[in-house]
Design a protein around this ligand. Structure first.
Ligand code: SF4
Length: 373
């Protein structure tokens, strides 16, 4: 009799026997080798264990890998469902070359050697004839760490298209403008305030590893603020659900920013050390001395119109709630974890300002590269 455990202990992965659930009510034992692998149904790349039936050599199922440092054995439903891709009768297993007119739907099987030779020849001819702009690379979701980009650049090709260009770029440019890095990953596990905009926990993004840590942080006392016109999964779990009018998120964020400055709860030392405030003052406020003490007045003037009352009028969130949220954020310096993912950025004109304004709150509260920020 085996003890009931959540996962087979790793010491037994090479030789694991359990009852076949599909054979129920019969009690049929199956012997497996459990092979660690990775789910790539989203970029979180959670760990999976492939249960290889030792008798047939086939994958019987996928379960979570408890040894994986990010997913820790927990996956969303898409992880175990990877088996459907392995067994999909329409899965493409070898290179195919189009036969007949484009869109005609006719293909012939060719060898890898033929495919690589033909593609290589076409690329080479294009480069020799200086037609680099006629080469475009499309990838669904870039899952590697920039290697392909370097190859394309070495070839002199800048034609790159991906899912990210449409979905992510507006948010990324907002982050890029702050710090030259377009994809921060907040430390939700140690945060005390978690501020999420758009798609959330287990609704396509905030992948399972993030979702685990966000809810763990909430169970330790963190406040979750979810901005989304929909009552999303996260909205329903959040301490504050803010259904802003789509496209007005930046206005509300700047109202919160202004309150942090007005309330004196912004972290001046951080802003002084890490932002280019001198340039800002020189270019926008020649009437003020270029010294950090001028910044408070300059920022209050700059954001004068962003009052909670104006935010209520424009974004549809009542002024008192905005004040309450600014108060909570201001009481947790260094511990604000935030992210926008991504519809508020991608779906609205000027949406790149969403990430920019949201990260402004991180900067004002010194929640950048901190434990919990
Ligand atoms: S969050 Fe789900 S889809 Fe994404 S890698 Fe993990 S198990 Fe796969």
């Amino acid at each position: 009799m085996t003890d009931l455990t959540n996962y087979p202990p790793s010491s037994q992965w090479h030789d694991w026997t359990e009852l076949d659930a599909k054979a129920w009510p019969g009690k049929v034992e199956r012997n497996y080798a459990l092979v660690p692998t990775t789910c790539f149904n989203c970029e979180a790349a959670c760990g999976l264990l492939a249960y290889i039936d030792k008798e047939t050599g086939e994958i019987a199922k996928f379960e979570g890998n408890p040894e994986h440092p990010a997913s820790r054995g927990r996956n969303c439903a898409k992880g175990p469902a990877t088996l459907n891709q392995v067994n999909d009768p329409e899965r493409i297993l070898y290179p195919l070359r189009r036969v007949g007119p484009r869109g005609g739907g006719h293909w012939e099987r060719i060898s890898w050697d033929d495919a690589l030779d033909e593609i290589g020849e076409r690329l080479r001819t294009a480069f020799e004839e200086d037609r680099h702009n006629e080469v475009v690379y499309h990838v669904g979701r870039p899952g590697e760490d920039g290697y392909t980009e370097r190859v394309l650049q070495a070839w002199g090709v800048d034609g790159h298209n991906s899912h990210t260009n449409i979905c992510s770029s507006n948010a990324r440019i907002g982050y890029q403008s702050w710090m030259g890095h377009d994809r921060p990953s907040a430390d939700y596990a140690n945060a005390e305030v978690i501020f999420l905009i758009s798609s959330h926990l287990e609704s396509g993004h905030y992948f399972n590893p993030h979702a685990q840590r966000i809810i763990e942080a909430q169970s330790k006392g963190a406040t979750i603020i979810a901005v989304d016109p929909r009552l999303s999964n996260t909205g329903s779990k959040a301490d504050f659900w803010l259904p802003t009018w789509p496209g007005t998120e930046p206005f509300m964020l700047l109202a919160i920013a202004r309150l942090l400055i007005e309330n004196g709860t912004w972290q001046k030392d951080f802003v002084e050390r890490w932002t280019n405030w001198e340039t800002y003052l020189r270019q926008t406020r020649p009437d003020l001395p270029v010294e950090f003490d001028s910044m408070e007045q300059a920022l209050l003037d700059e954001y004068a119109e962003y009052t909670p009352e104006a935010a209520e009028e424009i974004a549809g969130i009542d002024a008192e709630t905005i004040r309450e949220i600014a108060d909570i954020i201001g009481r947790h310096p260094g511990k604000l974890a935030s992210h926008t993912w991504r519809s508020a950025s991608a779906g609205n004109l000027g949406g790149w300002q969403v990430a920019r304004c949201l990260f402004f709150l991180n900067v004002l509260t010194a929640s950048v590269a901190t434990e919990g920020g």
